[in-house]
Design a protein around this ligand. Structure first.
Ligand code: RIB
Length: 330
């Protein structure tokens, strides 16, 4: 394999000159630069990206850390991050933690070793200590979706609490009188805020107690199992708010097996607005998050902080929107 020395020899210049041309650093006259480029082409030299990152401490890469790559919400977010990153010449490392602390720690370590220039983090497992380490290495980081209370890092989220209220209000408006909730993981901030929104709206009803809530983990399976539990506990249930669309899809399957017609016997609403929630039969009503905009904004903010490390941390809370489809059209 051709080395930087071979290029230098071929072009008749020093290794330092070749390095200045490759790294676009320092003065090299035009004629020499062209000669180096011709030599690179002729002998098929490929700069060692890792060695180059080591020497200039830049990699033209950023990272997106997500908790569950098999949930379409996160690829939809990644799509937006990548679109903006690519348009500015950055590559994206996608790190899936499966909601595990050990994986997150491993990723953060190797991202620092690989000189990523910025990190967008969607994780409930990150600690203040992790963030301090990132800060010590001067790597800008943005929190997205599952944001922490640490105010020194910019964050992008939606009003999950209001979204929970909006979903429950909608079920009440279409005539539901016994509304259950398929709750997301209780260690996840977004799930908790949605649950609180639901609880605000039902807590005054005399039928309401904790038995109307089934705990899940944002997966289709947990929505399915949770819905079955709710049917067993409360055969008179006529509406359900699922903490995300995947759980709503699970509820739809459980309703079908229980012999319960959606929406006439049971109205179902989810949260997220992922594409597949509009492809089920019946299509699922949802509280839509501006997923693409969230990813786009996160990447734009990150770029700003990468260009100007003194940029003040900003906190964005984007709007959610009620999308009414057949699963609640009574
Ligand atoms: O569907 C996955 C959920 O986890 C989304 O609702 C997102 O907001 C997140 O926290």
């Amino acid at each position: 394999m051709a080395t930087i020395r071979d290029v230098a020899k071929e072009a008749g210049v020093s290794v330092a000159t070749v390095s200045r041309v490759i790294n676009k650093k320092g003065y090299v006259n035009e004629e020499t630069r062209d000669r180096v480029h011709r030599a690179i082409k002729e002998i098929g030299y490929k700069p060692n990206v890792i060695a180059r990152s080591l020497s200039i401490r830049k990699s033209n890469t950023i990272a997106l850390v997500v908790p569950a790559i098999n949930n379409p919400f996160f690829p939809e977010l990644a799509r937006a991050v990548e679109d903006v990153a690519q348009s500015k010449g950055y590559k994206v490392f996608l790190c899936n933690t499966d909601d595990r602390r050990d994986r997150l720690v491993g990723y953060l370590e190797s991202l620092r070793e690989n000189f990523v220039e910025g990190i967008i983090i969607d994780s409930q497992n990150v600690t203040d200590n992790d963030l301090e380490n990132i800060q010590r290495d001067s790597i800008p980081a943005i929190m997205i979706d599952r944001t922490l209370s640490n105010q020194s890092f910019s964050s992008i989220s939606v009003n999950n609490h209001f979204g929970g209220q909006l979903a429950t209000d909608h079920l009440l408006q279409v005539g539901c009188q016994r509304i259950g909730h398929l709750r997301g993981p209780d260690e996840v901030v977004t799930a908790n805020h949605r649950f609180w929104g639901y609880r605000d709206k039902v807590k005054e009803f005399d039928w309401f107690d904790q038995s109307w809530i089934a705990l899940g983990d944002f997966s289709v399976k947990s929505g399915y199992q949770g819905m079955k539990e709710l049917f067993q506990r409360h055969p008179d249930i006529d509406g359900v708010f699922a903490a995300n669309d995947l759980m709503a899809i699970g509820a739809l399957k459980a309703a079908y097996e229980w012999g319960c017609a959606v929406p006439d016997d049971l109205a179902i609403i989810g949260f997220d607005g992922i594409d597949i929630s509009g492809l089920t039969v019946p299509r699922i009503s949802t509280i839509q998050q501006p997923i693409y905009r969230m990813g786009e904004l996160a990447m734009q903010e990150l770029l700003q902080e990468m260009q100007n490390p003194k940029t003040e941390a900003k906190h964005f809370e984007l709007e959610v929107k009620l999308v009414v489809r057949e699963s609640t059209m009574r």
